[in-house]
Structures are given as C-alpha cells and as structure tokens.
Design a protein around this ligand. Structure first.
Ligand SMILES: Nc1ncnc2c1ncn2[C@@H]1O[C@H](COP(=O)(O)OP(=O)(O)OP(=O)(O)O)[C@@H](O)[C@H]1O
Ligand SMILES: [Mg+2]
Length: 305
C-alpha cells in the first residue's frame, strides 16, 4: 500500500495585530495517511486543523516542512490532480440547481461533455440527491448542502479526499448520511482525510486518527492502539432496590421512574449487586461493561496540555 499523504515537520506562523506579531500555529506536524484508509484529524477549536489542510492544498505556504501526496510534492500538478476538497464553510451559488452547480464546477475539469454528464448523475446518486437535481440550492437543507458539497469534491475523481469538518452542524440523520458516503468512498478504494471534533463519528468510521492540540500532534495511531480495552466500570440498570441499599456498592448516577443506574467499579461488587437484586426480587434491566471511549482519551489529552 502506498502512502497517500505524508506530512513531515510542518511549521506555520501567522502575523497578527496592528504591530504585527508572529504567532506559531503549527509547531512541527508529522503524520502519514496510508492509501485506502479513513483518517480522522481530531482537535479542539483553534488547534490548527484547517491550517494544516490549507497547507496540504497549497492555499497557504508553510514556513518549514514537507508535504507529499502519493509520493509527489504537494505543489506539483500530479499531487493536485489527485485531491478532492470540501472546505469547512463552503460557499454555494444558491440560485443554481444541484445539477447546474456540479456542471459549473465540472467546467474546471478536462473531461468530455458526455463523461461529465455521466459523472454528475453518478455523483448525485452517490449522495442520494437524484430526486433534487433540479431544485435550487437555496431550498436545500444543511445536510443536503453538505452532500452536494461532497459531490463537488469528488468531481475530478480524486484518490485523496480532504474533508474539513464534514459533519459539523448536522443532525444525527444528516451525520449518518455523510458517514455512509465516506464509508462508500473507502469501499471504492479512495483515501479520506477528515477533520472533526464529533468524536462518536470518528470512532465509528476512522481506521486511524491523529489528535492535534495547540499546533502539535499529541497522539496518533489506530483506535485500538489509542483506546484501552480495559473495562473502566460496569453500568447496571436495576429496579426493586432502594438507592441507599446499593450506595456502598457503586455510584448511583441516575434514577428515573423506579429504576436505578449504578456505576460499579469492582468486579466483586457486581456479584453483590446481583445477589442483592435477587434477594429483593428486583430486576436487572441491563449490565454493560464500559471501556474507554475516544471521548475519554480526547478529554484527558486536551486537559493535560
Ligand atoms: N489567516 C490567519 N491569520 C491569523 N491567524 C489565523 C489565520 N488562520 C488561522 N489563524 C489562527 O490559527 C489558529 C488555528 O486555526 P485553525 O482554523 O487552523 O483551527 P481549527 O483547528 O481548524 O479550529 P476549528 O475547530 O475552530 O475549525 C487559530 O488560533 C486561528 O485564529
Ligand atoms: Mg477548522
């Protein structure tokens, strides 16, 4: 497998203020994305995610560092031809219909007219917007706009797709639709690099992640490498027992109706809870061992900085 994107020791500063003062934004970013994977670039607001993506695209120039796309310098035409990009806040000409919008962008490519039209219909179908092909974009929901934006990013048949916060501001259904498209892109053999701070989505679809905090990568690897499989505690949802009867066995985190949700940290106490519920003729509704989540890891790392 080839390396789709390789970034080595990337530094970028911006000058700000009336009396310009240099502020270091990227402080030596290095990462590698392998061909065919979905790579999540995670970080809090202002960490430097968009700045990194703009450097990859050559929209801004780093002070130092090297970026390669499938082995070609990011400044080369061979590199640029292979990239598709969905910006963080895309701008849409909202009087255009969905297919006019794609046709407008397809003019930038050297494809034959017939091929362009075929491409536009296959992309509209990929993002489930065939039914809305003749609808002006001003009538689109945010989720539909994000999907047409994604279709635009795929017009030049890129091998590497860069998506800056593709799930931002979407409701759960909208997020699922975008996630499904991203997974389809992977199935087609494309490499996807996406930035996000919606951790559940990253957890669901990414093969590997890098976490950037304050311009530095603080963690990078597969989710299995980063997240410990160790059971942190067990959540037991039970009824038929009073809160005070279980307070020594675990932490009662919520009570709704007659049910208690108990967080139990020691294995032997799980046994005691089960015995108690049985002796009181109560009921266990669920018992779920909880391992670390990406959110635990992320919150832990960001707090340490
Ligand atoms: N053109 C610019 N001039 C000056 N400062 C900038 C410029 N672009 C970005 N910055 C600063 O660089 C830092 C990183 O910004 P960036 O947009 O890369 O963050 P981000 O990780 O994408 O955040 P978010 O999650 O909010 O999108 C921020 O402090 C931002 O204010
Ligand atoms: Mg950003």
């Amino acid at each position: 497998m080839a390396t789709a994107l390789k970034i080595e020791d990337l530094h970028k500063s911006f000058s700000t203020g009336f009396i310009p003062k240099k502020k270091k934004i990227l402080k030596g970013i290095s990462l590698a994305v392998e061909e065919g994977e979905i790579f999540g670039y995670l970080g809090p607001n202002g960490a430097g995610k968009t700045t990194t993506i703009k450097c990859i695209l050559g929209l801004i120039f780093p002070k130092k560092g090297k970026i390669e796309i499938f082995g070609h310098s990011s400044y080369s035409l061979q590199a640029k031809e292979q990239i598709g990009y969905l910006p963080e806040n895309p701008y849409f000409y909202d009087y255009l219909t969905a297919s006019e919008f794609l046709r407008f962008y397809s003019q930038l490519s050297l494809m034959k007219k017939k091929d362009k039209e075929d491409k536009i219909s296959s992309l509209l179908s990929l993002v489930s917007l065939e039914q809305s092909a003749s609808l002006p974009l001003r009538k689109f929901s945010r989720g539909m706009l994000q999907r047409i934006g994604l279709a635009q990013a795929l017009l030049n048949e890129p091998s590497l797709v860069l998506l800056d916060e593709p799930l931002g501001g979407l409701d759960p259904l909208g997020r699922k639709e975008i996630r499904d498209i991203i997974v389809k892109l992977k199935a087609e053999g494309k490499t996807v690099f996406l930035s996000s701070h919606i951790l559940q989505d990253i957890e669901m679809i990414c093969d590997r992640v890098a976490i950037i905090v304050n311009g530095q990568i603080v963690s990078q690897g597969t989710l299995q490498d980063l997240i410990s499989e160790k059971i942190l505690f067990t959540e037991i949802l039970l009824s038929g027992v009073e809160e005070k009867e279980v307070e020594d066995l675990g932490e009662c985190i919520s009570t709704h109706t007659e049910r208690l949700l108990l967080k139990v940290f020691e294995d032997e106490k799980i046994e005691k809870v089960l015995q108690l519920v049985q002796s009181k003729k109560g009921k266990i509704h669920s018992l779920i061992p909880r391992t670390e989540t990406l959110e635990d890891l992320f919150v832990g790392i960001v707090k340490q900085q």
